[in-house]
Write a protein that binds this ligand. Structure first.
Ligand code: 0WD
Ligand code: CA
Length: 375
């Protein structure tokens, strides 16, 4: 086997080679056997209510309702009158996950022993890592702190992402609403009721699963937002009963079909594969925001579906890159202190680099969490 790090190891004349402080994101370096990824297990869940308040329970769970064969959902309905949008200026970082850890401390760890996880993060951050070898537009920044041996990973908004968010055109803001409106057409608040398309769409509300799993020798604890579960109470246990909802533009040409496979299915696969959510239900909409068809994609069948696509993504590259990135973090993030952040940055076509910050605005572990986990 080849060591893909070797080309990056610099040597100085009279010193032994230094391990490089950068990591390649070239997809060619990650084409090896699929790494061990244990079946994710749900260890808990939490809910965020209409005012973004945290609850250590499943009160925001919603139930999937099979739609009509020919749906006619108007995704534009309610945008002006029945839409409460989460405040994107509030950076929550890992706070909700940390609150969940504190609330479940006794079942997670024996008294006065550290958390038995190598990494704690959001599922969405891991999705970004999985898709990095194929990403050509958007970079990322991830803040990493080692505390009691566990590495906490929290995203930092890049300057480019911030500019884009603050300059988002009106049509784009409306299209972001469409995904949430589709959820409202497809989900009921309890197993026996029907969806209520006349209600308010409030994006503060969320139901999040917390799962544990292992990627080779990396023990992971992460949380991800789940749209709904199937109604049947006898369905397999979570996460197997969960359903991810998506909207996408109607596919009319072979070119659109190919782009859908090469770009959109990559993101959908990565996001749901990580927590073990088995299916995505997609609403295909026309130019005017009317959902004209609904299709189910089994996550386990997506790699077959894309195999005939020229120059397509590979699940093994995504997982191997993520695995090597996590090994890179374990190696480089050595100082164990909640006051220190190692800031990892990546831009398309470049290597991953990092800088170290003490007592800086990047610090993200709150005092209440450090206190709870120290005593
Ligand atoms: O502060 C931050 N930097 C972030 C906070 C970044 C990303 C997420 N969050 C938090 C929020 O508390 C949210 O409740 O993450 C939760 C969702 O986390 P996730 O599941 O790890 O994120 P991701 O997989 O990217 O998104 C899942 C869903 C999205 O659904 P679609 O179908 O569009 O992928 O969560 C929603 C969105 O509905 N979502 C968010 N909700 C709140 N804040 C955010 C966000 N920043 N990003 C996506
Ligand atoms: Ca969704």
């Amino acid at each position: 086997h080849t060591n893909h790090h070797r080309h990056q190891m610099g040597a100085t004349p009279d010193q032994t080679p230094l391990r490089s402080k950068t990591l390649s994101t070239k997809k060619e370096h990650y084409e090896r056997d699929f790494p061990l990824y244990k079946q994710p297990v749900e260890v808990g869940c939490f809910s965020l209510d209409s005012q973004r308040r945290f609850f250590n329970d499943n009160r925001q769970m919603r139930y999937y309702v099979e739609p009509d064969r020919n749906p006619n959902f108007d995704l534009r309905d309610g945008y002006r009158e029945r839409y409460v949008k989460r405040d994107e200026n509030v950076k929550e970082k890992l706070d909700h996950i940390l609150r969940w850890i504190v609330a479940n401390k006794s079942k997670l760890k024996k008294t006065s022993c550290p958390l038995d996880f190598d990494f704690v993060t959001w599922r969405g951050h891991l999705t970004k890592l999985l898709t990095t070898p194929y990403e050509t537009k958007e970079g990322w920044m991830l803040a990493v702190t080692r505390f009691n041996g566990t590495l906490y990973i929290s995203e930092v908004e890049t300057e480019a992402a911030r500019r884009e968010r603050l300059n988002r055109p009106e049509w784009n803001k409306e299209m972001m609403y469409w995904g949430y409106k589709f959820e409202q057409y497809m989900c009921a608040d309890n197993p026996k009721s029907a969806p209520d398309p006349g209600g308010v769409v409030n994006t503060n509300e969320a139901f999040c699963t917390v799962v544990q799993t292992r990627l080779t020798d990396h023990k992971l604890l992460f949380s991800g937002e789940v749209d709904c579960r199937v109604r049947d109470p006898d369905a397999p246990a979570a996460p197997a009963c969960y359903v991810e909802l998506k909207t996408s533009a109607e596919i009319c040409t072979p070119k659109q079909q190919s782009n859908f496979h090469r770009f959109k299915l990559l993101k959908w696969w990565a996001q749901s594969f990580l927590p073990g959510v088995p299916r995505v239900v997609a609403g295909f909409r026309d130019q005017d925001g009317i959902v004209v068809s609904v299709e189910t994609f089994q996550i386990s069948k997506i790699s077959q579906l894309i195999k005939n696509e020229y120059n397509c993504w590979k699940p093994t590259v995504c997982m191997n890159f993520c695995c090597d990135f996590l090994s890179f973090l374990k190696r480089e993030v050595t100082e164990d202190s909640p006051r220190i952040v190692y800031l990892f940055s990546w831009e398309p076509h470049k290597d991953v680099t990092y800088s170290v910050h003490r007592d800086s605005p990047f610090s993200f572990l709150p005092d209440w969490y450090i206190k709870e986990m120290t005593e």
